[in-house]
Design a protein around this ligand. Sequence first.
Ligand code: THU
Length: 159
Amino acid sequence: MKTFNIPVHIDEFDVEELPASVQELRKAAEAARERAYAPYSGFKVGAALRLDNGIIVTGSNQENAAYPSGMCAERVAIWYAGAQHPERRILQMYITARSSHAEVNHPVPPCGACRQSMLEYEVKQKHPIEIWFRGETGKVWRTRSVENILPLVFDGSDL
Ligand code: THU
């Protein structure tokens, strides 16, 4: 038997430490978060992507009375980028969340289905997507690629 340990690398920042370009992305994600439609969970999520031509694309979660028909902020943003800017590489994503029930003061990572969807574009563009994520307050975490937070990836090469 062999055992493999697969590390996940995360860098932690205070919000004041973020580079100017990430501050801009943070503000875009926070504005997007306030446009979320989350009447059922009260959990509003915003995501902002920076493309390689500098354009920022945003998304927010969109819920539905038939719960599974809703969609996460990250996939709204990444599919919009894929639909509107298919030739551009996605360089960075910033994610933020706040709840109407309690302060979200820990970094909120993308859910598993969003990671899988984001990975598709990382593979397609052959370039890592850096992800920054935070709650409403508190520390900001950064991972340098989707693959880093989705070890043992399943992608087109498995088919
Ligand atoms: N949500 C996101 O937008 N992104 C995630 O990665 C996790 C969850 C949304 C979906 C739902 O509208 C609400 O947060 C509660 O799960």
